[in-house]
Design a protein around this ligand. Structure first.
Ligand code: 3HC
Length: 295
């Protein structure tokens, strides 16, 4: 299969990443079936796509007609078989837990066409291990987008131990068709490249504050203005979801060792369900849609 054979993409999960990936795929002209486990979740994802396309049109980054056409290409579905039965590429973006992802792949395998390629948007988990619950280890790779997908240029394309070259090239071509820049990750190690660098930065920032050595504002001003990153470490944690950062750290901690132990400042936010922008509060408040004072 080459990129011109890809007409329909199924995106599993309509959360922060799933709806963003569905939007990017629809803007690139693919038919998109976005799936989540209930009507409420899938409708919320659909509404967020509509909001985002509206924003892009309002800022003349796309035309109103292109926004409408992209939205037309997205169908929001709940039954797995409706999402994957005619899909050429299936991008999974469900929560960052090995067991949840494995269950999803086992269910999807029963309904997906034999030739369909599976790509996981996992932030850190082993592509090899995930591929081994399917019957298509060679046609399985990582396709890791960054938050927010519609704004971020990079896509990591990760090879598992069994992935074949045709699959990697196809997924890189799809990423390019979406206007993204794919980078191939040859080694399937926890966090791949970006999160191996970025998530420990968030964790170290949290330890500094937890140990009373700096305030959130001090850390964020240095990462933003001295290191030149577009967001401070705590702003970034709120952007990606503190729960996502913690899941990545837990996996790195388990596989790579104690240096990656998640800071309690992060895990407490997760326990309180203050997950960042998506819940309206994390290290900052977002009641009005923008960053307020640290909470
Ligand atoms: N769709 C459309 N518009 C959006 C949007 C979206 N999804 N998200 C935000 N916007 C809009 C906002 O509503 C706001 O609109 P307004 O101007 O009308 O108020 C505007 O975009 C925000 O634009 P700003 O001018 O304030 O900000 P910038 O345009 O300068 O940049 C950014 C925003 C691209 C998010 C930038 O801050 C950035 O690059 N941040 C870093 C993000 C990053 O590093 N992401 C990767 C994290 S790691 C990851 O995701 C991996 C995972 O596995 C953990």
């Amino acid at each position: 299969m080459d990129v011109d054979d890809v007409e329909t993409i199924a995106v599993l999960g309509a959360g922060n990443m799933g709806h963003g990936i569905a939007e990017v795929a629809a803007l690139a002209g693919f038919e998109v079936h976005m799936r989540d486990i209930n009507e409420e979740f899938v409708q919320k994802g659909y509404d967020q796509i509509e909001w985002s396309l509206g924003k892009l049109a309002e800022k003349d980054q796309i035309s109103e007609a292109d926004a409408d056409a992209a939205l037309e290409r997205v169908s929001a579905v709940v039954p797995v078989e409706d999402a994957v039965a005619d899909a050429d590429l299936i991008i999974e973006a469900v929560p960052e837990k090995m067991d949840i992802k494995k269950d999803v792949y086992a269910e999807v395998e029963a309904h997906a066409p034999d030739e369909a390629v599976f790509a996981s948007n996992t932030s850190s988990l082993s592509i090899t291990e995930l591929s081994e619950v399917t019957e298509r280890e060679a046609r399985f790779c990582g396709m890791h987008f960054f938050n927010p997908p519609v704004r971020m240029q990079l896509v990591e394309v990760i090879s598992g131990a069994h992935t074949d070259e045709e699959t990697l090239s196809l997924v890189e071509d799809v990423a390019e068709r979406m206007g993204k820049t794919p980078v191939r990750v040859r080694k399937d190690s926890p966090g791949f490249i970006v999160n191996r660098v970025l998530v420990p930065l968030m964790n170290e920032a949290a330890w500094l504050v937890h140990e009373g050595e700096a305030t959130i504002e001090e850390v964020d001003s240095t990462t933003k203005y001295d290191l030149g990153l577009p967001m401070g470490s705590f702003e970034l944690a709120d952007q990606v979801g503190i729960d996502v950062g913690v899941h990545v750290l837990e996996y790195m901690h388990e596989v790579l060792g104690d240096a990656y132990e998640p800071c309690p400042l992060l895990t407490e936010k997760v326990e309180n369900e203050d997950l960042g922008k998506k819940t309206g509060a994390g290290f900052y408040d977002y009641e009005d849609g923008g960053a307020d004072v640290p909470s």
